[in-house]
Design a protein around this ligand. Structure first.
Ligand SMILES: [Zn+2]
Length: 274
């Protein structure tokens, strides 16, 4: 679920609460998500370490635990974080629990266990391909149109897939890719090689405008409920069958590549063979 706008707001919320705190204990409640690369026993190794910095890079959160350890959280589609009291009900999807020295808990949950949480030393960060291969963050200083066109140049195929892969620009997932393509009036399965200069210009504008606009909405709406996804304000994503806010046609929902794509066939015309 979390994409750059979500994680931007989650990071801003967590930073003042976590930085300076010490992890008193940690528990791995379910396997397959934590990738402990340290060679040490996770719970023993992390206990007593202080959280010194929270960063975000694209769709990943980077937690610094002093000079020797890092947590890299890649929540993918169904992962998320919850900051709460130990007395709060433990959801069945909870994977990792960190007890903090101020009595709070940080929990990582993931219904489908598609995400990964890496525990490693800083010199191992280069082994996380998803981190190293990322393009410039979509919420950083925008590229100009020529730079953007050049960043997309090495990638082939459908425009939505290129956006969500994160190597040209990072931080865009399934939801915001749908929103960006709706804003740019582009058919999501259109081949990038077929985009003309004007279409590229519209795409460039939407790539930077849509996530920024979302951040300002999420900043008002999320508050301390960082574990809940706020997506109701999106225009097409998750709105299959509802009227298009621009033209009133029914929003399409197509399942492809194991995910749903929503778009308006009237505003974003095209065929799979374009
Ligand atoms: Zn429409």
């Amino acid at each position: 679920m979390p994409e750059a706008p979500d994680l931007f707001v989650i990071r801003d919320f967590l930073e003042p609460k976590l930085v300076g705190r010490t992890v008193t204990s940690a528990a791995e409640r379910k396997p397959l998500v934590l990738r402990n690369m340290t060679g040490e026993k996770f719970a023993d190794d992390i206990a007593g370490r202080k959280l010194t910095k929270i960063d975000r890079k694209g769709k990943l959160l980077l937690v610094e635990l002093g000079a020797e350890r890092r947590l890299v959280i890649s929540p993918m589609l169904t992962g998320g974080l919850r900051y709460c009291s130990p007395e709060d009900r433990m959801e069945a999807s909870t994977i990792l629990v960190f007890d903090l020295d101020d009595g709070h808990q940080l929990r990582y949950f993931d219904q489908k266990r598609m995400g990964q949480v890496y525990y490693l030393s800083p010199d191992q960060l280069g082994e996380i391909v998803r981190l190293e291969n990322q393009g410039a963050d979509v919420l950083d200083e925008p590229m100009d149109l020529d730079e953007f066109t050049a960043a997309l140049k090495p990638f082939r195929g459908e425009i939505k897939g290129i956006l969500t892969r994160g190597q040209a620009v990072s931080g865009i997932g399934n939801a915001y890719a749908d929103e960006i393509l709706f804003e740019a009036k582009l058919f999501p399965f259109r081949k990038k090689s077929k985009l003309g200069r004007t279409e590229m210009k519209h795409l460039h504008e939407a790539v930077y405008a849509v996530p920024r606009n979302a951040v300002s909405i999420l900043e008002d709406r999320v508050g301390d409920a960082i574990h809940k996804k706020v997506r109701d304000f999106l225009k097409v994503h998750g709105k299959g069958g509802k009227p298009c806010p621009r033209c009133g046609s029914r929003i399409s929902a197509i399942k492809a590549n194991r995910r749903e794509t929503n778009f308006c066939r009237t505003c974003q015309p095209g065929t799979m063979f374009d």
